[in-house]
Design a protein. Structure first.
Length: 71
């Protein structure tokens, strides 16, 4: 079994802007990377980021996988 195995390499999601902003309140992060205390939710293939305060407020809806429109 000397066959080579080819693994698919996933590219990280591309962002439109250089600064990450909260999808609810618009708070922007200080850097291009998302702070570790922020929450990322994927809806319809789109990544949405929520700041620590908004994440704590809506954690039950996020964990229940409710769509963003229901919050």
């Amino acid at each position: 079994m000397n066959e080579e195995t080819h693994h698919r390499i996933q590219q990280p999601p591309q962002r439109d802007a250089a600064v990450v902003a909260c999808a609810l309140c618009g708070t922007s992060a200080d850097s291009e990377t998302t702070p570790p205390t922020w929450i990322c939710s994927v809806e319809n293939g789109r990544h949405q980021y929520f700041c620590e305060e908004c994440g704590r407020t809506h954690i039950r809806a996020i964990e229940s996988r409710l769509d963003f429109a229901w919050w």
